[in-house]
Design a protein around this ligand. Structure first.
Ligand code: HEM
Length: 570
């Protein structure tokens, strides 16, 4: 071939390419539609032909909606949809079990993960690491930071940060009236960044009280949006080198999103450098009273099997991951919980009743975050929020290894990419009757009396089916390591805020409608979208009955609800 090309003049080579490329594309398309091992599965034509359909979906922020729409459209043909030439989306519990939950399942994270943290340097965090053994070894190191002892020592800092938020709200309440409106997505983000700063690095970012670090959530969301799409490009693994080199971050090539992606890792590396210096100083001074935050455990931990700790490059990747994974997800859920409570007064009333009666049963005794975990209706509200608005809403891609994998009745061949889109399975009526309804009771087994008046079945079988499909934290060996911490934060924050304040949706004084925050709460943020105030130009799936709107950037972008607070008269 090379000899042939070298014997041609430039215009003959060009002509040859001009003929060969369309023929290649044509043959590839025919192959993908007919002889490809996944050709038998239903799906949109464009998705069968090209990966660019995934790129387009990730760029719009609507991928979770597209995946659900695909499953609804092809439901008659079964629960599997071909969403890319080589990618299958499943909407079943058996797929959740085989692909995620089963630690021996014959899959590994797809190559998409090898690109998402290229800007952190040559080493991947535990989230991006593909090799299952390397991941297991690193995860054992990180687990030291998530023990019950570690979480118990975190309680105090959770409380202090929520107290700061309460004080800020309190200051905005004038003359025993309602506070000024708070965009809950914005304030839940500041709160959770401050909590994560405190818990991971032993220092507050003070997002709630000062402007200095408030740029970080925006930088993270922009960077994540960029990488979500970039990593989905065909030949993404070749592009990793470009990303890691920082070329895209040059002002004359990449846009602000590419620059923000780099900027986020620079920021987490700076924060890490300060923290490592502190740890070294504490070691030199033999200071046993130094703060034992998560980084303390991570800096000092060794994998019990290999005896190895983390290199500096790993630590940079893990620092970025912990800020991103910990702060952003939990704040989406807190904002969404306010949205659902304020649109469902019945649920709000029951929840406040539970909180108040627990508090009064304790008299003047101090209530710790761990105790709030025991409140069943509060947990049901949080789980129902995570079901309808999962902060990581799309398909977590896994590549099938040699020998293939059996999922339900199907044998899926090696090299295919498979996954279960969380938002889609959380709306699957087979597991969640009346899936669009915010109904926390679905998580609680009903007594005989309750069953008679229940809107949906609540037998122990129905609840356990719902539990099996429930995947906001994913499941199994690659599932979320911060799950317990997230619940602790959410329980504590909701308990402390609702115990102290009555809340209501802020209304626009002129129109009397739910308030829209026309000003972006950070650069590039989406406007407040309240489905009660639907616009004609909203796509159909965004008009779901009273759902808190997410924009899928792998993490979720969001805004609102606009909330006002008033001191409760106890
Ligand atoms: C509501 C809150 C949260 C949700 C919904 C959530 C969700 C998830 C999901 C879906 C994954 C798997 C991602 C994948 O497979 O690509 C994950 C992984 C992870 N999460 Fe969370 N997360 C939350 C809170 C937290 C918190 C508070 C932390 C702690 C700092 C955390 C740390 C991590 C880490 C380190 C991983 C990677 C685990 C591994 O690969 O071994 N997350 N999370």
């Amino acid at each position: 071939m090379a000899v042939l090309l070298s014997s041609l003049s430039w215009w003959q080579s060009l002509l040859l390419l001009g003929i060969a490329i369309p023929i290649y594309v044509f043959v590839l398309c025919i192959y993908r539609l007919t002889l490809h091992p996944l050709a038998q599965y239903p799906g949109p034509l464009i998705a069968k032909l090209t990966e660019w359909s995934i790129v387009y979906q990730t760029a719009t922020g609507d991928r979770h909606l597209d995946l659900l729409k695909g499953h609804e459209k092809y439901v008659q043909e079964g629960p599997i949809v071909r969403v890319g030439p080589n990618t299958l989306s499943f909407n079943t519990v058996s797929a959740v079990k085989e692909v995620y939950f089963n630690r021996k399942g014959n899959v590994q994270k797809s190559k998409w993960y090898s690109i998402i943290e290229a800007s952190a340097g040559d080493e991947d965090s535990i989230h991006a690491e593909i090799d299952r053994n390397v991941h297991a070894s690193r995860r054992r190191v990180i687990e030291h930071a998530f023990t019950e002892k570690g979480l118990r020592s975190a309680e105090r800092y959770l409380v202090l940060n929520v107290q700061t938020f309460r004080e800020i709200i309190q200051e905005s309440i004038k003359d025993e009236k309602w506070s000024s409106p708070f965009n809950m997505s914005q304030w839940a983000t500041y709160l959770n960044y401050d909590i994560m700063g405190d818990l991971v690095f032993g220092r507050r970012f003070n997002c709630m009280t000062s402007e200095e670090h408030r740029f970080v959530p925006g930088v993270l969301m922009n960077g994540t949006a960029f990488i979500y799409t970039f990593a989905s490009l065909p030949f993404g693994s070749i592009l990793r080198k470009i990303l890691g080199s920082g070329i895209l971050a040059k002002p004359w090539i990449g846009g602000s999103m590419a620059r923000d992606e780099m900027r986020f890792y620079q920021y987490s590396d700076e924060v890490l450098a300060d923290r490592v210096a502190q740890e070294e100083k504490a070691g030199r001074d033999d200071d046993s009273s130094a703060r034992k935050d998560m980084m303390h455990y991570i800096l000092n931990a060794k994998d019990p099997q290999t005896g190895e700790g983390f290199s500096r490059q790993h630590l940079t990747a893990e620092s970025g991951l912990l800020i991103a994974a910990g702060a952003d997800t939990t704040s989406t859920t807190l904002a969404a919980a306010f949205f659902y409570l304020l649109h469902n007064p019945r649920v709000m009333e029951l929840l406040v009743k539970e909180i108040m009666s627990f508090a009064s049963s304790r008299g003047d005794g101090e209530i710790t975050p761990f105790e709030t975990i025991r409140l069943p209706y509060l947990r049901a509200v949080i789980d129902e929020t995570l079901r309808l608005s999962p902060p990581v809403p799309s398909l977590l891609p896994r590549e099938v290894l040699k020998g293939g994998i059996r999922i339900g009745e199907e044998l899926i061949p090696e090299g295919s990419v498979v996954g279960v889109p969380t938002y889609a399975i959380h709306h699957n009526p087979e597991y969640y009757p009346e899936p669009d309804m915010f109904y926390p009771e679905r998580w609680l087994v009903a007594s005989e009396d309750e069953a008679a008046s229940s809107a949906i079945p609540r037998s122990s079988e129905a609840v356990s089916v719902a539990r099996e499909a429930f995947s906001p934290f994913s499941q199994g060996a690659r599932g979320c390591i911060g799950r317990q911490l997230a619940y602790l934060e959410l329980h504590a924050a909701l308990f402390m805020l609702l115990h102290r304040f009555d809340v209501r949706l802020a209304k626009d004084a002129a129109t009397g409608k739910v308030m829209k925050n026309s000003k972006a709460w950070r650069e590039g943020s989406v406007p407040v979208m309240d489905p009660e105030d639907q616009k004609d130009d909203w796509r159909e799936e965004r008009k779901r009955r009273q759902e808190f709107q997410l924009f899928d950037r792998f993490l979720s972008d969001r805004s609102g609800p606009m909330v006002e607070f008033k001191e409760r008269l106890v």
